[in-house]
Design a protein around this ligand. Structure first.
Ligand SMILES: [Zn+2]
Length: 353
């Protein structure tokens, strides 16, 4: 492998990406984030990937088709064909196996009820796995398996460390690593796990560099991982060189800030440099709640019915972000300056036409 990217013939700066779940029509909030992700990538000479996160049982091909149509209509283009997570299950399985071979996973027999009870115990950090099944003996595991009568989930065996990173828009953040679920008992892979794997691989469907890195124990996910500010206080006694992932920039809604430390931890454990993170402000309704399909006319086809053109919508996005009301994605690319972006949430109400 070179010191560039995993793929030849693509931007040496790597890619940005947008990763919708095809469980419905994209709404104004999704479309604005997609426009920003594309603009960040193109304005920094990166490639841009579209990834369909269709492992969810609610995914439908007709929603995927509608999402691609709406993104194209907005003026967003992408490199290569869209990446579909449902095509990559064998990749996720091979990486889970590689982690297990390094004793970096464990079987978890906890039910939702068990986890809810643990979460209500005193001193429990909200949302974090309490470690119930981390250190079971072979015999205890056999007992749990026959007791529950179902396949266990596979969790990452993480060190309890603090992970700090500097977001391009929201500054310094930190959080704890967690024994995140890699594969649920029903065989489906978790969002945090597959998102990190796919960001490392980009369009490549060859997991061997990643598996080689895991097998070599290349990762060093200790304290200070993800710290791009170079503060010099990282404790990385035997830090080996981290590899460059294909996706080097992640732009997404700032409601996902709290899951970022766990993703960075995993990325470094797999032996790869964390990408640049630029979280962007959300679109909310008049109750300051994240916009949803219940908030009236919020999709492109619905807005068209009210007489709002795609170009007008791009103008509204641009203005809401503190830029002139341009009429196309290409024009937005020309006026966009990340350092001058309005970072307040945008309150969207159905336009009165
Ligand atoms: Zn458990």
């Amino acid at each position: 492998m070179t010191n560039g990217t995993l793929l030849d013939g693509v931007s040496m700066l790597g890619d940005g990406r947008y990763a919708p779940s095809p469980s419905g029509i994209l709404h104004v909030g999704n479309l604005r984030t997609a426009l920003l992700a594309w603009t960040y990538a193109r304005s920094s000479q990166r490639g841009f990937l579209l990834r369909i996160e269709d492992l969810d049982g609610r995914s439908r091909p007709e929603f995927e088709a509608a999402q691609l149509r709406d993104l194209s209509e907005l003026g967003i283009d992408w490199d290569g064909v869209p990446i579909r997570q449902s095509d990559r299950v064998s990749i996720y399985a091979s990486i889970t196996d590689a982690l297990s071979a390094q004793n970096l996973t464990f079987e978890c027999y906890c039910s939702r009820k068990d986890l809810a009870e643990a979460a209500s115990a005193p001193h429990h950090e909200l949302g974090f796995y309490p470690g119930t099944c981390r250190d079971l003996s072979v015999q205890q595991r056999a007992e749990r398996r026959s007791l529950t009568g179902r396949a266990p989930a596979i969790r990452l065996r993480s060190e309890a460390v603090s992970v700090a990173f500097t977001d391009e828009n929201y500054g310094r953040h930190s959080g704890h690593s967690d024994d995140i679920v890699l594969r649920r008992g029903d065989g489906t892979y978790s969002y945090n796990f597959v998102a990190v794997v796919d960001d490392i691989l980009g369009q490549s469907t060859d997991p061997s560099p990643l598996i080689a890195s895991v097998s070599a124990g290349n990762g060093n996910a200790g304290e200070g991982v993800g710290d791009r500010s170079g503060s010099g206080n990282e404790k990385r006694p035997d830090a080996r060189a981290l590899l460059t992932p294909q996706v080097t920039q992640i732009v997404r809604g700032n409601d996902l800030l709290s899951s970022t430390p766990r993703q960075i931890y995993l990325q470094k454990l797999l032996g790869f440099e964390p990408p640049q993170y630029a979280h962007v402000p959300l679109v909310v309704n008049h109750d300051a709640v994240r916009l949803s399909k219940r908030d009236g006319a919020v999709t492109l086809p619905q807005l068209h019915e009210l007489g709002i053109s795609t170009s007008q919508l791009v103008g509204m996005f641009a203005e809401s972000l503190g830029f002139p009301a341009v009429g196309s994605a290409q024009e937005f690319l020309e006026v966009f300056q990340p350092e001058h972006m309005n970072k307040e949430p945008w309150v969207f109400t159905e336009p009165n036409v």
